[in-house]
Design a protein around this ligand. Structure first.
Ligand SMILES: Cc1cc2nc3c(=O)[nH]c(=O)nc-3n(C[C@H](O)[C@H](O)[C@H](O)COP(=O)(O)O)c2cc1C
Length: 175
């Protein structure tokens, strides 16, 4: 007779269950396309995980604390004629008074930035997102994914990066 000690013995993948909170800003839909491709990929390889993607303009700063893993994704803009800025929606979210004082307290984080090679400061959103995570005491668990130019036909890079993210997320100590 087999005695099961707990539910995770019966369903091993539940013991590594994670909630991944994706926050993205997208204007023409490129970042959204990448986030959709990533979400589909994550869902297919991590049944039981909670993968939730939300637009930055629908988020409150304190929502950044929810979930086990925080993923920030943004395109790059030339707001005010200055190249290499965050997408305005992500900028507004991360520069809100509450976001400015948010303590990510070691939260596992990852970043995705998009841009276009025709700009001198190509895909600088990556730098801004990483900077936010570091300054607010988040922990980058995988190298940032940079997507230059249209994301169509770059799905394989997204899928491979997603696999890296899953592997790194499984290493997270759960309290
Ligand atoms: C107004 C505007 C400004 C942009 N500025 C930059 C820039 O400074 N650097 C860069 O790499 N790409 C820049 N881009 C290109 C976008 O980042 C790129 O097309 C991205 O894939 C758009 O993603 P989204 O549709 O999710 O917003 C700019 C695009 C627009 C429309």
């Amino acid at each position: 007779m087999t005695i099961m000690t707990n539910a995770t013995d019966a369903f091993p993948h539940f013991s590594q269950r994670r909630a991944v909170r994706i926050v993205f800003a997208s204007t023409s839909g490129h970042t959204e396309y990448v986030v959709d491709a990533l979400t589909d990929s994550l869902k297919s390889i991590t049944p039981g995980w909670e993968i939730e993607a939300t637009r930055a303009e629908k988020m409150k700063p304190q929502d950044l604390l929810s979930g086990d893993v925080l993923l920030l994704a943004s395109s790059t803009w030339n707001t005010g004629s200055v190249e290499g800025q965050l997408n305005p929606h992500m900028w507004v979210l991360l520069h809100d008074d509450k976001a400015k004082t948010l303590d990510l307290a070691g939260k596992p984080c990852a970043c995705i930035g998009l841009g276009d090679h025709r700009y001198f400061y190509t895909a600088r959103a990556t730098d801004h997102l990483e900077h936010y995570v570091r300054v607010h005491h988040g922990r980058l668990i995988v190298p940032t994914l940079k997507i230059t130019d249209e994301p169509y036909r770059q799905e394989e890079a997204v899928r491979v990066w997603g696999r890296q993210l899953v592997d790194a997320s499984k290493q997270i100590d759960r309290c």
